[in-house]
Design a protein around this ligand. Structure first.
Ligand SMILES: C[S@@+](CC[C@H](N)C(=O)[O-])C[C@H]1O[C@@H](n2cnc3c(N)ncnc32)[C@H](O)[C@@H]1O
Ligand code: SF4
Length: 459
C-alpha cells in the first residue's frame, strides 16, 4: 500500500522543478504521432475479436458557444444547431462503421464524453447516440459512464438535461468551474455565476451521480492567493468527490486565442505557486488525498481507494479505476489505442465529415509502439499510477534486468536522488513525497523522446 503522508510543499521547491514536461496521459506522447493510413487501423479492427479484454470508449464533442481565453482543448466555436446535428450524424456513422468489424464479444467498462462541451448536445441527440452505442456494444454492469459538463449549459433547463443523462446511464460527471471570482471570469471570458455552479452541483448530487469532479485552474489572469482561497473554500463546502486542480497550460503556439490574455494580468510566478500551495493545503485539510500534483480525491472515493491499493490507471482523461486494455476514440481529434498502436482522428471538422462521407475511417495520425516503447510505457505508466517501480516486476514482465537495461538512465536517476525526488534500492525506485508531487519529472527520465516536443511547464 502507498505511504500517504500529507505532502507539504514550499514555493521554493516548486520554482526549482517548474520545467516543461509532458503530462504522460500517453507514452509516447501525442507530438510523436506521425501520419498514418487507415489500413493499419482496419487491420487492428479485424484482429479485435481475438481477445475478450475490456474496452474503453472516448467520444469527442468539440462544440462550445463561446471560447474561454485560457482554453487548451480541441474546440469548434459554434452557435448553429444544424452544424451540430450534422456532426452527430457523422459521429454515429463512424461508430457503426467501426463496430461492423467485430462482434460484441468485448464489453465496454468505460465510456467518456469529452470536449469541447459534450452537454451542448440536445436531449434527443444524447438519446440517439446512447441508443446506437448500446446497439453496437455491450457494457459491463458496473461500467463507468462519464461526461464533462459545463454548468452554463445545463443550468437554465432546471435539471432536465441532467435528468436525461442520469436516465441514459451516466453515473459520473465532471464540472468545469476554473474559478468563482467574477473578475477572473471576466478576464478569461467565461461568465459562470456561483449560483450556476452550486445549483448544478446540487442537482447532480440529488440525481445520484457519484465520483463528482470539479475542474479548477490556477495561474489564470487576476487570480491572487487571497481571491483563490475564497474559491477553494466555497467549493470545499460542496464536498465534491474529486478535484482536478490544473496549472494554466499556456501554449499560445498551439492555441493563438490565449494571446488575448495579457501577460501583465497573469499572477507572478511566486503568486502562482502560492495559489497552488495554499489551495493544496486547504484541500488536504478538508479531507482530500493528493494524487500526484493535480488530482485530489475525497477519502472513501473510488479513486482514493485505488490510489492506496495501487490499482489506479491512467488514460487521456486522467486517472481512472476501470482498467481497460484498449480504447476506441470517436469524433474529431479523438485518440484510440488498439493493441499497442495509437490512432488519432483528423483535427478539422470538414475533413472529418468528408472522410466519413467518403466511407473512409477519419484517422490521420498514429504511432505503433516498438518493443522498447512498450517497456518504457510500462515504466512510465507504473510510476505515474503507482508512484513506485518494482524492478523485479519489470524483470517478470520483460525478462530483462532493470539496472542493465536502463544503464543509460543511471546518471539522471542519481540527479533525481540528489534533488530529493527519489530513493533507489536494489529492488525499487521509490519517489519521495516530493517526487510523488513531481512524478512527471521522475517519469520523464524514461522518456526516449524527451526534447522533441514543446510542453507546458510542470507547475
Ligand atoms: C473540455 S473542458 C470541460 C468541459 C467544459 N467545456 C467546460 O469548460 O466546463 C476540460 C477542462 O480542461 C481544463 N483546461 C482547459 N484548458 C486548459 C488550460 N489551458 N490549462 C489548464 N487546464 C485547462 C479546464 O479545467 C476544463 O474544465
Ligand atoms: S474550457 Fe470548456 S467551455 Fe471553455 S472553451 Fe474550453 S472546452 Fe469550451
Amino acid at each position: 500500500m502507498i505511504r500517504t503522508e500529507v505532502i507539504r510543499v514550499d514555493p521554493a521547491s516548486l520554482a526549482k522543478f517548474d520545467r516543461p514536461v509532458p503530462r504522460y496521459t500517453s507514452y509516447p506522447t501525442a507530438p510523436q504521432f506521425h501520419p498514418i493510413a487507415q489500413d493499419l487501423l482496419i487491420e487492428k479492427l479485424h484482429a479485435f475479436d481475438r481477445t475478450e479484454k475490456l474496452l474503453s470508449i472516448y467520444l469527442h464533442i468539440p462544440f462550445c458557444k463561446s471560447m474561454c481565453l485560457f482554453c487548451g482543448c480541441s474546440v469548434v466555436l459554434n452557435r448553429q444547431p444544424e452544424r451540430q446535428e450534422r456532426y452527430v450524424r457523422h459521429l454515429i456513422q463512424e461508430i457503426e462503421k467501426t463496430a461492423r468489424y467485430f462482434s460484441k464479444k468485448r464489453a465496454v467498462s468505460q465510456l467518456h464524453l469529452g470536449g469541447g462541451t459534450p452537454t451542448s448536445l440536445t436531449e434527443e441527440q444524447f438519446e440517439i447516440l446512447m441508443a446506437r452505442l448500446h446497439e453496437c456494444f455491450d457494457f459491463t454492469e458496473e461500467a463507468e459512464i462519464s461526461i464533462e459538463i459545463d454548468p452554463r449549459t445545463v443550468f437554465e433547463d432546471e435539471g432536465t438535461k441532467l435528468t436525461v443523462l442520469r436516465r441514459l446511464g451516466f453515473n459520473r460527471v465532471s464540472f468545469g468551474v476554473q474559478d468563482l471570482d467574477p473578475a477572473v471570469q471576466e478576464a478569461v471570458k467565461r461568465r459562470q455565476t456561483e449560483e450556476m455552479t452550486v445549483i448544478t452541483y446540487r442537482r447532480a448530487r440529488d440525481l445520484g451521480f457519484s465520483g463528482i469532479n470539479i475542474d479548477l485552474i490556477y495561474g489564470l489572469p487576476l487570480q491572487t492567493p487571497a481571491s483563490f482561497s475564497k474559491t477553494a473554500e466555497k467549493l470545499l463546502a460542496l464536498k465534491p468527490d474529486r478535484i482536478a486542480f490544473y496549472s494554466y497550460a499556456k501554449v499560445p503556439w498551439l492555441k493563438p486565442h490565449q494571446k488575448a490574455i495579457s501577460d501583465s494580468d497573469l499572477p507572478s510566478t511566486e503568486d502562482k505557486f502560492r495559489i497552488y500551495t495554499e489551495a493544496r493545503e486547504k484541500f488536504m485539510d478538508g479531507g482530500y488525498l493528493a494524487i500526484g500534483m493535480d488530482h485530489f480525491a475525497l477519502e472513501g472515493d473510488s479513486i482514493a481507494n485505488a490510489y492506496r491499493e495501487k490499482k489506479l490507471t491512467r488514460n487521456f482523461q486522467g486517472y481512472t479505476v476501470q482498467l481497460a486494455d484498449d480504447m476506441l476514440g470517436f469524433g474529431l481529434t479523438s485518440i484510440g489505442f488498439l493493441e499497442s498502436s495509437f490512432f488519432q482522428n483528423v483535427k478539422a471538422l470538414e475533413d472529418y465529415q468528408a472522410k466519413i462521407g467518403n466511407g473512409e475511417m477519419p484517422v490521420s495520425r498514429g504511432f505503433s509502439l516498438s518493443e522498447e516503447d512498450i517497456r518504457r510505457r510500462f515504466v512510465i505508466q507504473t510510476l505515474m499510477c503507482h508512484f513506485e517501480l518494482d524492478k523485479f516486476e519489470f524483470f517478470r514482465c520483460f525478462g530483462l534486468d532493470f539496472d542493465v537495461h536502463f544503464s543509460q538512465e543511471k546518471e539522471r536517476l542519481k540527479l533525481l536522488k540528489r534533488e530529493g525526488l527519489i530513493e533507489e534500492t536494489q529492488e525499487k525506485i521509490l519517489p519521495t513525497p516530493l517526487g510523488r508531487l513531481f512524478i512527471r519529472i521522475v517519469a520523464s527520465v524514461f522518456d526516449a523522446y524527451l526534447g522533441t516536443g514543446q510542453f507546458s511547464r510542470a507547475v
